[in-house]
Design a protein around this ligand. Structure first.
Ligand code: SAH
Ligand code: SF4
Length: 347
């Protein structure tokens, strides 16, 4: 049996553990400082705690739950992908992207994903399990430490790696609480984005939490018939219900929603589709983020050529919808959107 993870424990549970070990209460601060300010990844790094306490903690807990199995850097050095082994021998991937003055980590929330979107490599590998808040945070901590080696700071966190964050709502929200807490990683909520395929009840719950975390909705089609073919969950949570929920998010938070739309050659990329999308999004405070579909295992679907992507953008803009084209990143190392997949245990 794997030991519980230290980065999964709350302040309350630390207090209880320290009490049980007969430690004075100031140790709590030292322990939390070590985890969240110094971002320690091994017990040996704690210099302020007595050896006996570290030994007792080591016996009961795993400090850092990720083992780096592999790191690959793209040719232009702008994208790094890490393959991490978890305590139960499952694997996840995390991507660190460097832009001019900006460093963004794309984190995973599940091992695999049960949603089965036809264009997504993660979706095709099936679902194994949810990650814990500590496993989610550890991906961020690893990348913060990696950047610190070069004197750089992490500027953005996107929950856009493997898995559907809103199917792991509690652990994802716990990870965000610790990420944004002043005594945690003290990271600004507005620099965090959660991307969802649209799990309606959770979108509503997230809205009601009135968090300043950004919401991204993966749309990919302007009508239900087409979206249901690409994104099976659309059968349960159809487009209009998601658009309504997104508008409510903006009402509550005054923040715009990011609409993600992967352009698939000959499938969802015509001017008529752009018009239909513009009509659907009318009156919504949003930014459409277009990306030509990245190649995944399924050879059947191809990304739209550049001219079509630009024409789609121009049409949306003409119809008054703010639109950007997403920079392609890390494609040759399979670190682009929807390309994250690992071989599952036993397969
Ligand atoms: N499950 C969440 C977050 C992870 S997927 C979601 O679906 O939103 C992150 C983003 O990558 C989503 O917008 C998803 O639709 C997109 N994506 C998946 N496969 C892709 C591909 N092959 N090319 C481009 N984007 C892809
Ligand atoms: Fe899961 Fe998102 Fe991939 Fe769909 S696109 S299969 S929801 S990770």
């Amino acid at each position: 049996m794997a030991k519980p993870i230290l980065y999964d424990q709350s302040s309350e549970s630390f207090q209880a553990i320290l009490r049980e070990l007969g430690q004075p209460s100031f140790r709590l601060n030292q322990l939390e400082e070590g985890l969240y300010q110094h971002r320690y990844m091994s017990f040996g790094e704690f210099s302020t705690l007595p050896k006996s306490l570290l030994g007792a903690l080591d016996e009961r807990f795993t400090l850092f739950p990720l083992i780096k199995e592999k790191a690959i850097t793209s040719r232009d050095k702008q994208t790094e992908k890490f393959l991490f082994k978890l305590q139960d021998d499952n694997f996840i991937e995390t991507v660190l992207m460097h832009y001019e003055g900006r460093h963004t980590v794309c984190i995973s929330t599940q091992v695999g994903c049960p949603m089965g979107c036809v264009f997504c490599a993660t979706g095709q590998m099936g679902y194994t399990r949810n990650l814990t808040a500590g496993e989610i945070l550890s991906q961020i901590i690893y990348c913060m430490r990696r950047l610190a080696e070069d004197g750089k700071d992490l500027t953005n966190v996107v929950y856009m790696g493997m898995g559907e964050p809103f199917l792991n709502y509690e652990e994802v929200m716990n990870s965000i609480a610790r990420l944004t807490d002043q005594k945690g990683l003290n990271f600004g909520a507005r620099r965090i984005t959660i991307s969802t395929v649209g799990i309606l009840p959770r979108v509503c719950q997230f809205t009601e939490a009135k968090s300043q975390v950004n919401l991204a909705l993966s749309l990919h089609a302007p009508n239900d018939a087409l979206r249901s073919k690409l994104v099976p969950s659309n059968e349960f949570y159809p487009l209009l219900s998601l658009i309504e929920a997104s508008k409510k998010y903006t009402d509550y938070t005054h923040r715009r929603v990011l609409i993600e739309y992967a352009l698939i050659d000959g499938v969802n990329d015509t001017i008529a589709h752009a018009d239909e999308l513009a009509t659907l999004l009318r009156g919504m405070l949003c930014l459409v983020n277009l990306i030509a579909l990245n190649p995944s295992q399924d050879g059947g679907l191809k990304g739209s050529p550049r001219e079509k992507v630009e024409a789609f953008r121009d049409r949306l803009m003409k119809r008054g919808i703010q639109t950007t084209i997403r920079l392609k990143r890390g494609i040759e190392i399979n670190a682009g959107c929807g390309q994250l997949a690992t071989i599952q245990k036993g397969k």
